[in-house]
Write a protein that binds this ligand. Structure first.
Ligand code: ADP
Length: 347
């Protein structure tokens, strides 16, 4: 599993997290306000007899995720549909349960082609289920890494594919920004691909759970509170614990960098402490090899230190959508080019 590497080592001292300026306070940990209890009732409840688990797809921090077959889903009707089923492991803590429910409530409030949809919830018996649209291509990070060129094969992706992914995530991000929702964990590992078929492939934002995988190197525990995705965080988040749509924009830029490097870990070769001080001193990732200047000029804007000057998702999306129309980014040839082709795409 991509998330299970070795246990996080570093413990950082940061000021406690406070709600972001963009309205992210519905993300605050384990406390369930009365209005959320009301919202639970409006979720698309389905009896468990309508959902059959078929095979395991992966492991999330709440429990296993399965492919399943579901019928009589409120928004779909009687026909049987292939779905993904997120389960809440038995022996869960109250904190896990609240986060699981909050994920359902959040997803239920979104309706956008680039955000993974909640189709149903089964809370009648344990284990509890969240029924989601099935994203057959799996997570974006694994997908990018598995598309890399190797000795026998060129890259399985083109600039057109990569720009398509950037626009997809940008559209989802702009929607969340407009809804004043702060995600706090935009990263390639938290996006899913609808299918590997290049003609039909759509990238969507997932993972609103805010349950951190304690065994992942990508997350760091802060003052015994949350695990934070340090390498995706803006300087103001690592410094003050502030999260906002503008800090999501910074993470979006790191995600774009992950796309252009086909899934490299940001700040390769740096330890977490080095990353933290590097970013706090104005540092950000370098231009990936072969990344066209026009693309890096967009990515770089996401790392403007001054939050007021850092563009919104809406402003970035306009620039990304414009890229999609340029002939050089409609090119279907493998990216990055194979060693023999070096030069033909970079000059
Ligand atoms: P958590 O947020 O609880 O850690 P994730 O949402 O990351 O869990 O899910 C774990 C894994 O399960 C993902 O990496 C992915 O492989 C798979 N998965 C999750 N949701 C879906 C989905 N809707 N369709 C297909 N696979 C999914």
């Amino acid at each position: 599993n991509k998330k299970r590497m070795s246990k996080a080592q570093a413990v950082f001292t940061l000021t406690p997290i406070r709600p972001g300026i963009g309205g992210g306070n519905h993300n605050s940990p384990a406390h369930m306000p009365a209005e959320l209890v009301e919202e639970l009732k409006s979720l698309p409840h389905v009896p468990k007899s309508c959902v059959n688990l078929v095979r395991i797809l992966g492991k999330g921090s709440f429990g296993e995720v399965f492919e399943g077959l579901a019928c009589n889903l409120p928004r779909i009707g009687p026909k049987s549909l292939r779905v993904a089923v997120k389960t809440l492991k038995t022996g869960y803590s109250e904190d896990d349960r609240v986060k699981f429910l909050k994920e359902a409530i959040l997803m239920n409030n979104f309706n956008h082609p680039n955000i993974v949809k909640l189709l149903g919830v089964c809370f009648d018996t344990e284990p509890h289920y969240l029924v989601l649209e099935l994203m057959e291509g799996g997570d974006l990070l694994t997908f990018l890494r598995s598309s890399r060129p190797n000795d026998t094969m060129p890259s399985q992706l083109s600039l057109k594919d990569l720009v398509g992914m950037m626009v997809d995530v940008g559209r989802g991000g702009a929607y969340m920004e407009q809804r004043k929702h702060v995600h706090r964990d935009l990263a390639a590992r938290n996006c899913l691909i609808s299918t590997r078929d290049p003609q039909l492939r759509v990238t969507k934002i997932a993972d609103f759970g805010l349950a951190r995988d304690v065994y992942s190197n990508d997350y760091y525990r802060v003052n015994g509170q949350d695990f934070l995705p340090l390498r995706w965080m803006s300087p103001e988040s690592t410094q003050d614990g502030v999260f906002s749509s503008k800090t999501d924009v910074w993470s979006f830029g790191i995600l774009l960098w992950e796309i252009m490097t086909l899934g490299q870990l940001p700040y390769p070769g740096m330890h977490n402490m080095q990353v933290m001080s590097f970013v706090r001193n104005g540092g950000h990732p370098e231009n990936p090899t072969h990344c066209p200047t026009e693309i890096f000029e967009i990515i770089e804007q996401t790392w403007i230190t001054d939050v007021e000057k850092r563009p919104s998702f809406a402003a970035l999306l306009v620039q990304l959508e414009a890229l999609k129309l340029r002939p050089e980014f409609i090119d279907d040839s493998p990216f990055p080019p194979s060693p023999a082709d070096h030069g033909s795409h970079t000059n």
